[in-house]
Design a protein around this ligand. Sequence first.
Ligand SMILES: O=C(O)CCC(=O)C(=O)O
Length: 264
Amino acid sequence: MNIALIQADIQIGEPTANFQHIKKLMETALSEGQKPDILVLPEMWNTGYALERIHELADPDGRQARELLSSFAKRHQVHIVGGSVAEKKNGQIYNTMYVYDAAGEQKAMYSKIHLFRLMDEEKHLSAGDQAVVFDLQPGFTAGASICYDVRFPELSRTLALKGAQVLFVPAEWPNPRLHHWRTLLTARAIENQMYVVACNRVGTSGDTTFFGHSMIIDPWGDIVVEGGEEEGILRGALNPALTDEVRTRIPVFEDRRPGLYKLS
Ligand SMILES: O=C(O)CCC(=O)C(=O)O
């Protein structure tokens, strides 16, 4: 399965410009190079972290994002793991991922479970309350997570136990924590013997800079591809058989001792 990661710059508080920009980058991903089976977008690509104005800027019921992703997926027959957008639902704001299949049907929806206090997310957003997996193709299951979620091994392990063979991680992960980004993503891949597909933004918002370094890591922990710090499309491929191969070689899931992992 060929994947294209859209490592985009995002303009803070400018949803109209961001919608146009993301659409253009998705078109570029399809018009250049090998046609991808899956497009992946970064976190909060509609508004950026314009949290002070998020009630006014967020997409009501994610309608505009869903319309774009669904019609684009159908027209170009490509799966889209739609990063995440600020979505307004019942008066609350969520950081929500939508996933579409190549027929333009919504396959999954996931709202970020762990809100990032260092950026005051919890003051402005509401947290999701469900761990979500979805099938990319029959027999190849994916797990959803967003940015800060990757610091919680409990979530990725739960997704792996629910069948995930690949973990998607759209992000707005800034400097100076490149070391954490690389290490945590690699650890999640190795410990769960799954692909990790992480799409980070680039550019600057106020005095925060985002370093990109989107990456695909295989179930053995090797980096398949890693981006630089510029905007662009990053391409790589997933081999669904590799997860089973690695899990057979070192049978971590058979060797777990869940009965001993309790606090009391
Ligand atoms: O955990 C981190 O260092 C970055 C997390 C983050 O920026 C986010 O969740 O938006």
